[in-house]
Design a protein around this ligand. Structure first.
Ligand SMILES: C[S@@+](CC[C@H](N)C(=O)[O-])C[C@H]1O[C@@H](n2cnc3c(N)ncnc32)[C@H](O)[C@@H]1O
Length: 363
């Protein structure tokens, strides 16, 4: 895997966190390189970085005063890892996508897969903009969609696209519009007589995922299963339905994405629940759960990758007590049974349809 690059005569080593065995993946893209090239000589103060997934900009702009808008717990770890690897200052000013931003003169955005999340970013920038604010967005041309321009034009008078370079391109936004009707940055989803809220960018924006619905139809919990983990909780729908059906259960919800956790907090406001934003189970004690339920992740942004799920399964094995159970739903083509069979004593398919399968794993 390519991990070194030289920028303005300075050599950097940048690695992916979590590590991957896929040699084609690296910790930066040509889109991020192009954005850097465009902004590096600018004198702007109040620089804000959005979606700096592995810390490429945090490292290469380390001498400038920047604010990083973070989305993922794993992103913070990646940024810290790469700053240390390059002996750079590790003090980062972090804000979440929901925090107000003060003043933004220059914003750098690696356009995320979720266009709703892109809109949320632009809205936050716009609220903190001055007349000279410039937003430099980078994207790989294969992910271009006309909706990008439509969203951008709701917030900025001027939007210019650069020429493509190595399959990447810039979208540069200037002149914040004077009058903007800000959008409500969360969606409401009706499911099972409940209205679920979820912030822009959280998994399955228009409806409860059909795999999750299939899982919920068949999820059975034993009365002795009191300590339950909803792994990769998204908007928290699985935990919500579980505590509604089994009120004595005490649920912990974990997700890598801070807006997933923020959405879950809204949806389980009055429930006995603990919320954790993290990308693994390392901070949870051995054997502390009776049951783990999950619709685990198998893609990250535009990348399909089951490595993350397989790592999470190892964590599940460790945090389940001796008689614990792991119930999960997955797309059939992922063929998790073999992987689960290496970890758990017994793996049973308890339901399946044309697209999904529900496994029960006994620890
Ligand atoms: C398939 S979605 C399921 C969401 C929710 N449980 C549902 O059924 O609607 C997977 C979730 O995994 C989260 N995720 C991705 N990587 C993760 C990781 N390493 N640790 C915890 N959550 C992760 C994503 O943010 C996403 O919310």
């Amino acid at each position: 895997m390519e991990s070194t690059l030289t920028i303005n005569n300075q050599k950097y080593q940048l690695e992916r966190y979590p590590k991957t065995d896929d040699k084609t993946l690296k910790a930066w893209s040509n889109a991020e390189l192009m954005v850097l090239e465009y902004v590096v000589k600018k004198e702007a103060k109040n620089i804000h970085l959005f979606n700096d997934r592995f810390g490429f900009w945090n490292c290469t702009l380390n001498t400038k005063k920047v604010t990083t808008i973070w989305n993922y717990a794993s992103q913070k770890k990646a940024i810290n890892h790469n700053q240390k690897l390059n002996n750079l200052n590790t003090d980062v000013i972090y804000k979440t996508p929901l925090d107000s931003l003060g003043k933004v003169e220059l914003a750098l955005i690696k356009i995320p897969k979720s266009l709703e999340l892109f809109e949320l970013f632009l809205q936050q920038v716009h609220k903190a903009s001055i007349s000279s604010t410039e937003v430099v967005c980078g994207f790989m041309t294969k992910y271009f969609s006309p909706s990008l321009l439509k969203i951008a034009s709701s917030y900025f008078e001027v939007s210019e696209q650069s020429k493509a370079w190595k399959k990447a391109r810039l979208l540069i936004l200037k002149k914040p519009k004077e009058k903007v009707n800000y959008k409500i940055i969360s969606n409401k989803i009706n499911y099972n007589e409940t209205v679920f809220n979820q912030y822009f960018g959280v998994f399955s924006s228009g409806q409860i995922d059909i795999g999750t619905q299939f899982f919920l139809q068949h999820m059975k919990v034993f009365s002795k299963e009191l300590k339950v983990l909803d792994l990769a909780c998204g908007n928290g729908v699985i935990a919500h339905e579980l505590v509604n059906k089994y009120p004595s259960a005490e649920v912990t919800l974990i997700d890598d994405f801070n807006l997933a956790i923020a959405s879950s907090k809204l949806n389980l406001k009055n429930k006995k629940a603990t919320f954790i934003c993290d990308n693994n189970l390392n901070n949870l004690e051995d054997g502390c759960f009776d049951l783990v339920v999950s619709n685990p992740p198998f893609h990250f942004e535009h990348e399909n990758n089951i490595e993350i799920a397989l790592d999470l399964f190892k964590g599940v094995k460790r945090v389940l007590n001796g008689n614990g159970r792991f119930l999960l739903v997955a797309n059939k083509h992922l063929n998790y049974k073999t992987h689960l069979g290496f970890l758990f004593n017994k793996v049973t398919v308890i339901e399946e349809n044309l697209k999904f399968v529900i496994y029960e794993c006994i620890s």
